[in-house]
Ligand binder design. Structure first.
Ligand code: 2NL
Length: 357
């Protein structure tokens, strides 16, 4: 019995893994194991012999079982120690840089100018980018032979073969939204219409899709003086220049009469542009008093209502305000162009409390 005990406790101590332990368990205390065989021999013994051998065998079985359990626990501990040793993480390593987005300068400019005009009582109107040629041209007093309608400037949609209605167009300005708003809301009316527009034009300073904000104010006695104040107030707020100076030059648009192009005072020195000071002027927008035919096209009586309208390129506004000299910055998903030009939003705190990178 002592031999048995020495043999199995020795084997258990030596066992390398759980599978080996199981082999030992079966051989020692399993149903057909050596201890069970010894138990069977109890029947052939005298009662006196059985009295000592029985409890001794039971004690041996208990001892082997607890040695097995202790060894099993020790093996599991060792395995865990080994995993902790081999699978550690260095939490002090700096993280890999993650690319992070930022608001697009055109969106940023849109949000800023929308807030400025909102304070002056203008609400935002939106509409479809694909529209009829009536909303995009006819309603705006742009007749069929006008050069703006020529194939080279306007993107026309396809019509099914045999469908001879005039094709839809990609809007070339956001004016159609203003016509739709006049129809829907009537006068008096104060709206701005920001959004993407399309013209078949592509070179250093033009892209086939760009952004415009048009403004429209209609009431019984709106004058050119109101237009001038509104635009000055806007430029003051947008460019953050208190003594902003604008110059109104007589011009011509089919949809306004009289019409004026508006320049802002600026300086060009050593290749850098400064707005609000200097001896140069830079054109920033077109404007005028809404043509009576256009008011009528919007379903409003031009003998009762009159007003002003203007159109500004948002992409250009954004370039001027944030000092981005290259249109490529707007179409490149790689932020390096914007960073190169120091786009302000890149340095704004993000939601996680850090700087955008
Ligand atoms: C430009 C010219 C302009 C308008 C847009 C407008 C809209 C309606 C009626 C009358 Cl519904 N006018 N829009 C007026 C004058 C100029 O934009 O050169 N923009 C950059």
């Amino acid at each position: 019995m002592d031999d048995l005990k020495a043999k199995y406790l020795g084997q258990i101590a030596e066992a390398a893994d759980e599978a080996a332990l199981e082999q030992i368990r079966l051989a020692a205390v399993g149903k057909k194991g050596e201890v069970a065989l010894k138990m069977r021999e109890l029947g052939k013994m005298t009662p006196e012999e059985r009295q000592t051998a029985g409890p001794a065998l039971n004690a041996l079985k208990d001892e082997i079982n607890s040695a097995l359990a202790a060894k099993k626990a020790a093996l599991a501990d060792a395995a865990l120690d080994e995993r902790l040793r081999s699978e550690w993480l260095d939490v002090t390593l700096p993280s890999r840089p993650r690319r992070q987005g930022t608001i697009h300068p055109v969106s940023q400019a849109s949000e800023e100018l929308t807030a400025i005009f909102a304070e002056m009582g203008f609400s935002v109107a939106e509409g479809p980018r694909i529209d009829t040629d009536w909303y995009n041209f006819d309603a705006l007093n742009i007749p069929g032979h006008h050069p703006a309608r020529a194939e080279m400037d306007t993107f026309y949609m396809h019509r099914a073969e045999g469908d001879n209605r005039p094709p839809h167009v990609l809007r070339t300005h956001t004016s159609p939204v203003q016509i739709r708003s006049m129809e829907k809301m009537g006068a008096p009316l104060r709206i701005i219409c920001p959004g993407g527009v399309y013209r078949a034009d592509y070179d250093q300073t033009h892209t086939p899709m760009f952004h415009q904000v048009e403004g429209l104010a209609l009431d019984r006695d709106i004058s050119m003086a109101n237009l001038k104040w509104t635009l000055e107030e806007f430029c003051r707020a947008f460019f953050e220049i208190d003594d902003v100076e604008l110059r109104f030059r007589a011009s011509h648009f089919p949809f306004t009469e009289p019409s004026a192009e508006v320049d802002i005072r600026c300086s060009w020195q050593g290749g850098t542009l400064k707005i609000g000071e200097g001896d140069d002027w830079m054109e920033i927008l077109g404007s005028g008093m809404v043509h009576p035919k256009v008011i009528a096209a919007g379903g409003i009586d031009p003998d009762v209502y009159q007003g002003f309208a203007f159109g500004i390129g948002i992409d250009r506004l954004a370039m001027l305000k944030y000092g981005i000299p290259d249109l490529r910055a707007f179409f490149d998903s790689d932020l390096r162009w914007l960073r190169h030009y120091g786009f302000a939003a890149l340095d704004m705190p993000n939601l996680h409390g850090g700087l955008s990178r």
